[in-house]
Ligand binder design. Structure first.
Ligand code: G4P
Length: 548
């Protein structure tokens, strides 16, 4: 009998179908890794999948240029530069040593030059984040920006201190930095045995055991590990074990023990130590993720009412990827399932328009590979092809209507004036800009002074401008030129104050399509100075204002 025969979506509570739905949701762990470029996110992703035994050798999923295993047919730009513009969703099953039979959904947050508003939007689709830190570098700017978004969403965060096989900072010093700079109390689950650069294993604070790791050739297979009881650990690791024990006593005395409630409330962050490259500590990360990270739970709608996971199907779109195949101009909308069961072919309702949406072309995305997706459960990501009508933040539902809150527009840091290079293409220019704005590719700001022919494009990352330029030329037949503006910081400003701000030197006020007026500043120091001189002008930070 197929899932459809069971008619799960309308199954009354207590039936086998409804129980299955709740059980499937409970098995899911949907998370993203937030990190600064080069902290080891791709390496860790490969290691996690390796440990879940989906692939037998690391290196087959998500490499950068040169070590990519499958050639993608995505945007020419992506091919030329060897970067991954899209957010991918990896899904793999995992049976933990405790016997928990789980499904892991790992959503990618692109880094490097491809950092964009999409990176932030992905975080609206996960239940937990893993903050990955390079042991030698500590907290870095991009990690901090992404952390702000997690904090805004109230996401629980697990911290992973990576590259412990290389010389780095002292573990206690890294904990202090986390607490001081982001205000989360670190509660280590494992503690390194051996200083950074001499990674012998970890002290598992739950069992007290020494978990000793052994290197494998090139880190290409899962590292063998031995669990050594505390009374034999000194013989195995000597002074390094004694130091680890002593440091753990200090941590315990300083309220550094894990507390599940405080973790879920975003007050504490459990910490683990890894070497993703050597596959050390990755098992422990996976096990703790399954044990501690929350399963999907009900999602609040625009009125604040929670739609439980066992309600009829609902999902929201967190990303729209267009232009992946220039021959077909296809467009994939990625939606996170919030409640109910999805079966390919279901006819859903698009909440924004009330129109039916047929899901014949649902796909799952695994690294660079796509395959047809037949079923999905709460916490899963579905890729919907031919989704021209769908925008980030849109809701899809079945049977009982629901509307989830919109995804906020994030604080832009890059601004450019867009002008059509061919005056005869004015209509195409307007249409293209409007469409790309609706899709969430860039934010569009306007003012009377600049006029409609030269709107200001605003972005979180400069790649958004490249995508806009590329699509304006190839898809809308309206090539544009972009003139960079010197602003880097935006704040929402009340209309009453706008005129005053506009009169200041090197400041400008522009209006976003949602009506919010943005005051733009060249630097955060300029903003600070202005606020000090004009305390009566109310400026509000936008989401993900980062560390400015
Ligand atoms: P990213 O996705 O966060 O940008 O980082 P990525 O995994 O690509 O890792 C960046 C570099 O750091 C890579 O080296 C990778 O091998 C290395 N790395 C990642 N994790 C560890 C670790 O735990 N220990 C050590 N020693 N190195 C690590 P690369 O030289 O840029 O590439 P490659 O030639 O090694 O592939």
């Amino acid at each position: 009998m197929s899932d459809h025969d069971l008619d799960i979506q309308t199954a009354p509570t207590g039936t086998a179908a409804a129980n299955r739905l709740v059980a499937e949701a409970g098995r899911r762990r949907t998370f993203a890794v937030i990190s600064h470029p080069d902290a080891g996110k791709s390496t860790l992703t490969e290691a996690l999948v390796l440990h879940a035994r989906v692939i037998t050798q690391a290196g087959a999923i998500h490499g950068k240029a040169g070590r990519r295993a499958t050639v993608s047919d995505w945007m020419e730009m992506e091919q030329a530069r060897g970067i991954s513009i899209t957010s991918t969703a990896l899904q793999f099953p995992y049976l933990s040593p405790d016997g928990q039979d789980c499904v892991i959904n790992l959503l990618d947050t692109p880094g490097h030059a491809d950092f964009s508003e999409d990176t932030y939007r992905v975080l609206s689709a996960v239940d937990c984040a893993v903050m990955l830190i390079d042991a030698a570098k500590g907290l870095e700017p991009q990690t901090l920006k992404l952390f702000q978004v997690c904090k805004h969403r109230g996401l629980p965060i697990l911290t992973v201190i990576n590259k412990w096989d290389r010389p780095g900072r002292h573990a206690l010093e890294l904990l202090d930095e986390i607490q001081e700079r982001i205000g989360l109390k670190p509660t280590p689950l494992t503690w390194p045995v051996g200083i950074a650069g001499d990674f012998k294993g970890v002290l598992d604070r739950r069992t007290g055991n020494f978990i000793r790791f052994t290197r494998t050739a090139g880190g290409a297979t899962a590292a063998p590990e031995e669990h050594i009881a505390p009374d034999r650990a000194h013989d195995a690791a000597g002074i390094d074990w004694d130091n680890a024990v002593e440091e753990c006593e200090l941590i315990a005395a300083d309220d550094g023990d894990h507390d599940q409630e405080l973790f879920l409330q975003g007050v504490t962050t459990p910490v683990l130590f890894t070497s993703a490259a050597l596959n050390f500590g990755v098992n422990q990360l996976l096990d703790n993720l399954v044990r501690l990270a929350p399963a999907p739970s009900g999602q609040a709608d625009v009125n604040g009412d929670v739609r439980p996971v066992d309600s009829p199907f609902s999902a929201f779109v967190f990303k729209v990827q267009a232009g992946m195949d220039s021959a077909h101009r296809d467009r994939i909308a990625y939606a996170r399932v919030c409640s109910g069961t999805f079966e390919r072919g279901d006819v859903l309702t698009h909440a924004a328009t009330g129109k039916p949406f047929v899901t014949k072309y649902a796909q799952s995305v695994f690294g660079q590979q796509r395959s047809t997706l037949d079923n999905a459960w709460p916490g899963d990501v579905i890729g919907l092809a031919n989704a021209a009508a769908l925008r980030p933040g849109d809701t899809l539902f079945r049977d009982i209507p629901v509307q989830f809150p919109p995804i906020p527009s994030f604080s832009p840091e890059h601004f450019s004036v867009a002008r059509g290079t061919d005056p005869s293409k004015h209509k195409q220019f307007r249409k293209g800009i409007e469409q790309l704005e609706q899709e969430g590719v860039v934010q569009v700001l306007r003012s009377n002074r600049r006029g409609d022919q030269a709107p200001v494009l605003a972005a979180v990352g400069p790649l958004q401008f490249e995508v806009t330029s590329h699509r304006m030329a190839t898809e809308f037949n309206a090539p544009i030129s972009l003139e960079g503006l010197p602003y880097t910081v935006a704040r929402a400003v009340d209309p009453d104050d706008a005129e005053f701000v506009e009169k200041q030197v090197s400041m400008e006020v522009l209006t976003r399509t949602d009506g919010v007026m943005l005051a733009l500043f060249t630097t955060k120091w300029r903003l600070q100075g202005f606020q000090e001189d004009n305390p009566s002008v109310k400026l509000r930070p936008l989401v993900a204002a980062g560390d400015d």
